[in-house]
Structure formats: C-alpha cells, structure tokens
Design a protein around this ligand. Sequence first.
Ligand code: NCD
Length: 305
Amino acid sequence: MRHCMSPLDFSIEELDQMMDLAARIEKNPEGYAHVCDRKKIATLFYEPSTRTRLSFETAMLNLGGQVIGFSSAQSSSASKGESVADTIRVISCFADIAAIRHPKEGAPYVASLHSSIPVINAGDGGHQHPTQTLTDMTTIRQIKGRLTDLTIGLCGDLKFGRTVHSLISSLVRYPGIRFILISPEELRIPDYVREDILNKNHVPYEEVIRLEDAMPQLDVLYMTRVQRERFFNEEDYVRMKDFYILDSEKMKLARPDCTVLHPLPRVNEISVDVDNDPRACYFRQVQYGVYIRMALIMTLLEVNE
Ligand code: NCD
C-alpha cells in the first residue's frame, strides 16, 4: 500500500503516467464516472480549506465514489483530545482512502504509520503540499507542453508557503529548470530548501526582491499569498501583506507567453484586472487540480481504467 506524503514519493515516470491519466480523464470524463463505485474517501481537515478539500471530494464523486469527513478540528474528536494516530485507525474502518490537512508538520506522516488505507498529505503546516504540486505540474505541462527548460519565478511568501517548497523539491528533478526566487528579505526561502534541495541538486537560482526585475525573464510566474496564519505577530503580517501586487501595468513587462499561476486563495497579490489576461491561468489550474486528484486516487487505490 502506498501513501502520498511528498511529490518525491513518485518517480518522474510515475508522475508522467499520472499526468497522462489526468489528460485522458479531461478528454473523456464519462469513461471514468464509475471506476470508484462504492469506494469512499475521508477528508480529514484540521485546518481551513476550500479548494483542496472540495477538489478531493469532487474528484471522488466524479469517479463514482463517496465522501465522508470533517472540515475543521473543532467539529472532530480532535477537540476532545483524540490523537491523529487513533483517528486514522478509526477512519481506516470507514473509508478506502484518506486526505489529511493538519497545521502540524508531519501529522499526515504520523497518520500514515498507523493507517491501513492510503493516506494523502493535503498540506502539513509550512512543510509540504504534494497534491498542489501535482496540480501545478499538470497545469504547466498542459499549457507549456513540457516540464523541462523553464525559468520559473516564485513570488511572495517563500518562507512559509508550503506549495512553493513542494514545487521546488519536485521540479529540481527536471533538466533545464531555473528558479528566480522573488521575496522580501524577511520571507526568503528557508535554508533547508536552499541548501538541501537547490544547491545539492546544482539547480540554478537567483534571489531577488523586485518583481519587475524578474518579470521579463519568466516562462512561469507563480504568485503566492502571505501566509498570515503562520506569522508570529499581526504587525509583521500587515507590513508584508501588500509587498507584491501583480497588476495589468506590471503584466506589460511579462513575456507574451508567460503563464501566471497561483495556488489560491488570492488576497491582494494579484489584482483582479489581471484575471482577463490570457496569460492568467490560475482558474484553469483549479480545474487541473480535480483531474490530477482523480488520477492520484485511482493510482493509490490501484483502480484499473
Ligand atoms: C494553498 C495552501 O493551502 O497551502 N492553498 C491551496 O491548497 N490551494 C495556498 C495558500 O493557502 O496560500
């Protein structure tokens, strides 16, 4: 039995197979409408979410399966003091697969050690968010036609943004990838990502503060929200929150084929006047998130087409 804790749990070949499956699902959704009949997914969300939880639930419903779960720690037995280990043992009796989001880094991993069903990490603290990475990679592959030879700008809260940490750790495995890390000094990428992932894999990167300087070079611009819930004090958040605002004026600096992504939710970092720019792909990205989660569920449940 396999779990999905990090994008590195899958080889490049396995990721390719999963993304190919997502593309087949996109072309022929009816063909997959019953492959998970009578299977259940449990979505165990100890932290707020709209996209990720509903995307998992939609994915399972699209496959003919069913959904159980909770959407906040308050509405689960965690509020009575139950451990994640006990909760997953219980859920293993109810469901065939589980997706867990938790504010503590490593909590989904602890769950996987006690689980008799596949566990998917749906985001653990500031650590990893592998299914957002699968979504981001699928989107880039569908729009650009490749995951190699790309200059990717990651902009915003690179310190606390788990989507950024996951995306970097996965993309360093592809040749010709170069990163431009755009953040204020206070929100730079953590040392472990710089040392253990970028430097260790000899991946070229630059760290810059001004978005304008990076814009003209980028094939992909990945904007992120400042992660308010992970700040120690509100004052620092308020100082940082509007550091970057991508608007139609700044988009003039971007290449005609630049792809703008954002894991969402957006706060102020992308002005709504960018939404109609054909290079703005963050809502398409949400749609790809459903297809790739369908492919992931099928893969972990070993369901045949
Ligand atoms: C991201 C997350 O939860 O880390 N959202 C998501 O899953 N789509 C990004 C964020 O919350 O900023």
